[in-house]
Write a protein that binds this ligand. Structure first.
Ligand SMILES: *Cc1c(COP(=O)(O)O)cnc(C)c1O
Ligand code: SF4
Length: 329
C-alpha cells in the first residue's frame, strides 16, 4: 500500500524551472545552473516549497535547495570527503569515529537535497544497504559491548518504510548493551506527513531511548505542521535536539539564530550543535568564516539563556570528538 507521505514524497519538485514557476520567480534573476542540478539533483517536497516566499529569490529556504553556478567553482581546501567519512568506514554501511557510538548508513536517499550537504559526494552505491550488510553491521555492534548508542543516518532514515524501520530497530534493541537509538533526520521539517501513527508506534514500542536530531537551519522551517509532528514525537517519548549548519545568506544573522533557538524551544526541541560548514566541494559560497561565526556566538550568548545557545563546532577528520570552536586560533 502506498502511504500518503510516499505519494507526497514522489510529488516533490525535481525540476528547477517547475519550482521557480511555482514560486513565481524569473530564473533570469538568479545565477541558477542546470549543470549544478545535474551533478546533484534538485529535490524539494511540496510541503517545504510551500513555506518559501513567492517572488523572493533570496528566500532562506529556497537558497538551501537551489542549484547555483557557484557550485561549479573549485575552491582551495574544498574536497569530496571533507570530514573523513571514508576513513571512518568499519565495513560498508557502518561508520565509527567516536567512542561508544556507531553510525549506520540506513539509506542513501533523502527527502530533500540540501546544496550544502557534506555527504553530497558520498559514494552511496558502494555503501548500498543490503540485508546482508545490515546483518554484518548488527553483528559488529553486537560483538562490541562498548557501543551503547546506535545512530541511524543516511541519507534520511525516515524515508525507509515502516516495516524496514521496525525490523531494523528491533534488531538493534535485541543487542543488550545498546541503550540509545539516535535518528538524524530533516523529515519532520520537510515532510511532516511522514510522522504517522504507525511510525510513532514503532518508536514507542522499543525499549531503546530514542533521540531525534532534526536539522533546522532557519526559524521559518518550523511551521504548524512541523510543530504538530514534533509534538507527536515528544508525546511518543522521543528526546528532540536540533543541529544547524551556519550558512552564509541563510542564517548568519543574530536575529535569525535567536529566533531559531526560540522557535525550537517552543516546539520542544533543544538546540544542540551549530556546525561550521564542512568543506565539501561546491559549497564554498555558503562559508561564513571563523571571525563572523565567533561574533555571532557572542551575540547569541548575550541574547539567549545559556540552554538555548547551541555549541559551535567544527568537524576535523581524525579527531576524537567534534571540535568545540571557542576562539579564533
Ligand atoms: C557526528 C557524528 C557522530 C555524533 O557525534 P556527537 O558528538 O555524539 O553528536 C557520531 N558518529 C559519526 C560518524 C559522526 O560523524
Ligand atoms: S537531508 Fe541531510 S544528508 Fe540529505 S541532502 Fe540534506 S543535509 Fe544532506
Amino acid at each position: 500500500m502506498t502511504e500518503t507521505w510516499q505519494t507526497e514524497l514522489a510529488a516533490s519538485f525535481t525540476d528547477l524551472h517547475e519550482l521557480l514557476d511555482f514560486l513565481r520567480i524569473d530564473p533570469a534573476r538568479l545565477p541558477v545552473s542546470t549543470e549544478a542540478a545535474s551533478r546533484f539533483r534538485l529535490k524539494v517536497p511540496r510541503a517545504y516549497a510551500a513555506r518559501m516566499t513567492p517572488g523572493d529569490p533570496d528566500d532562506p529556504l529556497l537558497r538551501q535547495v537551489l542549484p547555483l553556478s557557484d557550485e561549479l567553482r573549485d575552491a582551495p581546501g574544498y574536497q569530496a570527503d571533507p570530514v573523513g567519512d571514508l576513513d571512518a568506514i568499519i565495513q560498508p554501511g557502518l561508520l565509527q569515529k567516536y567512542q561508544g557510538r556507531v553510525l549506520m548508513i540506513t539509506t542513501g536517499a533523502c527527502a530533500v537535497h540540501c546544496r550544502y550537504c557534506f555527504r553530497r559526494h558520498f559514494p552511496y552505491p558502494d555503501q548500498q544497504v543490503s540485508r546482508r550488510r545490515e546483518q554484518e553491521s548488527l553483528r559488529h555492534i553486537a560483538a562490541d559491548s562498548r557501543l551503547t548508542e546506535v545512530i541511524f543516518s543516511g541519507g534520511d532514515p525516515w524515508v525507509l518504510t515502516d516495516e524496514h524501520l521496525a525490523s531494523r530497530i528491533r534488531a538493534v534493541a535485541d543487542i543488550p548493551h545498546v541503550s540509545r537509538l539516535r535518528i538524524h533526520t530533516r523529515i519532520p521539517l520537510v515532510l511532516p506527513a511522514r510522522i504517522t501513527d504507525s511510525l510513532l508506534a514503532i518508536l514507542t514500542e522499543t525499549r531503546l531511548r530514542v533521540v531525534v536530531v532534526i536539522h533546522a537551519n532557519h526559524p521559518r522551517e518550523l511551521d504548524d505542521a512541523t510543530a504538530t509532528a514534533l509534538e507527536r514525537l515528544r508525546t511518543a517519548g522521543c528526546h528532540l535536539l536540533n543541529q544547524s549548519v551556519l550558512l552564509k545568506g541563510i542564517n548568519d544573522c543574530p536575529d535569525t539564530l535567536t529566533r531559531l533557538s526560540e522557535s525550537l524551544f517552543a516546539a520542544g526541541v533543544m538546540p544542540y550543535y551549530l556546525h561550521l560548514l564542512d568543506k565539501a566541494s561546491g559549497t564554498a559560497h555558503f562559508d561564513v568564516g571563523l571571525d563572523p561565526a565567533l561574533a555571532l556566538m557572542d551575540e547569541l550568548r548575550r541574547r539567549l539563556p545559556g540552554y538555548l545557545v547551541p555549541r559551535l563546532v567544527r568537524e576535523d577528520p581524525g579527531q576524537p570528538f567534534k571540535t568545540p570552536v571557542l576562539t579564533a586560533d
